[in-house]
Write a protein that binds this ligand. Structure first.
Ligand SMILES: *Cc1c(COP(=O)(O)O)cnc(C)c1O
Length: 351
């Protein structure tokens, strides 16, 4: 079978999941979007096996994919809005925890639903969703009409000032109403420390939970390997026009047609700050490569990442190999680096 293959060393993966779960009190695994490359159902199953009592999905639509395999509570991370019929219906379900990020929405939801389980979102420096810290007290009159599950605080990824923000917002939230603090993007030890600090000297720690997606599911790269099938190999001459764009090739060599394209998320990787800095440095150093609009592909051939000949097609990519190299045979599998938050393989094989 040709295509993009993701091999999962399941035993190794599960060991990693257990290690993270063991070090993260109050862990809430996040299973959303493309399921971090593994699919929502698989993640929900693993979360069930881990024995956690709660998972989080991104949207109301995703609930259906996880609810049969995960037995506990399910948080919907996207805040509830009036007019969303599915989310409103789900808010009636005792297994569902609905996120609410505006005071008016809390009022509207309590008009429609009796006793929904609700998490209230606090606006952080992310400026995505949430109630302004100085408006948090306005939720109070509505809390008697909900099962209040706590406050959710979604922090930016930067380390700088994160702990201070978690503490400041946690304090503001608890002043408005006592409840569990649900964090993301904070190291487990910081979550525990914030809980202790906000509990105050001599008192019990404030209950906390920590949502984890990327670091849980993708935190052990050695548990997976991905490959792509070489679909075709063509010898080309320097200056020969090739590809959709009919641009001249920059040197003698080979065009490798390799499985994996935009439909898999190839070439659409979310840039990481580290790689873009490095990439920029490389572009400055080499000048011509950036000027020629060349992009490094995620495919490794003969031990090296190779350049795209042009942007990836829907299901395959054209990659250039210099003439001094021996090209792979058609049908061979070559390593491909998949950023699993944006890429999806054709098949996952558990070893
Ligand atoms: C996606 C998401 C997470 C998980 O983020 P990772 O970076 O994958 O750990 C946690 N909390 C919220 C609110 C999210 O939307």
């Amino acid at each position: 079978m040709t295509g993009l293959t993701l091999r999962l060393d399941a035993a190794r993966w599960r060991m990693h999941l257990q290690t993270v779960a063991g070090a993260t009190p109050g862990l809430v695994p996040v299973a959303k979007g493309n399921g971090y490359g593994y699919g929502l159902r698989r993640l929900a199953l693993e979360a069930d096996t881990l024995g956690v009592d709660t998972i989080a999905v991104g949207t109301a639509d995703e609930v259906a994919e996880v609810r049969d395999v995960f037995g506990g509570s399910i948080v919907i991370l996207t805040p509830w809005r009036p007019g969303d019929e599915l989310a409103t219906e789900l808010a009636e379900d005792p297994r569902i925890i609905t996120t609410v990020s505006r005071v008016a929405d809390l009022e509207a939801l309590t008009d429609l639903n009796s006793d929904p389980r609700v998490l209230l979102e606090v606006l952080t420096s992310m400026c995505r969703h949430g109630i302004f810290p100085d408006e948090l007290r306005r939720v109070r009159p509505h809390l008697e009409h909900v099962r209040f599950e706590g406050w959710t605080i979604h922090l930016p990824l930067l380390d700088d000032g994160r702990y201070a923000e978690a503490e400041r917002l946690g304090r503001a939230a608890l002043e408005a109403a006592q409840g569990t603090l649900w964090f993301s993007h904070l190291p487990p030890e910081d979550v525990i420390a914030v809980g202790r600090q906000l509990g105050g000297a001599g008192s019990a720690a404030v209950p906390t939970r920590l949502r984890l997606g990327t670091r849980l599911w993708l935190g052990d790269p050695s548990s997976r390997a991905s490959t792509a099938t070489v679909l075709d190999v063509h010898r080309v001459k320097r200056g020969q026009r090739t590809g959709y764009r009919q641009r001249p090739v920059w040197a003698d060599g080979w065009i490798l047609v390799i499985a994996g394209g935009t439909s898999h998320g190839i070439g659409m990787e979310a840039p990481t700050p580290a790689s873009s800095v490095r990439q920029r440095a490389i572009s400055v150093a080499t000048g011509s490569l950036a000027a020629a609009g060349r992009a490094l592909s995620p495919y490794t051939v003969n031990g090296k990442k190779r350049w795209f000949l042009e942007p990836p097609h829907m299901q395959s990519s054209l990659v250039f190999l210099p003439s001094k190299e021996t090209p792979p045979a058609v049908g061979e599998e070559v390593p491909v680096e998949l950023r699993l938050t944006t890429a999806t393989a054709d098949r996952i094989i558990e070893d």
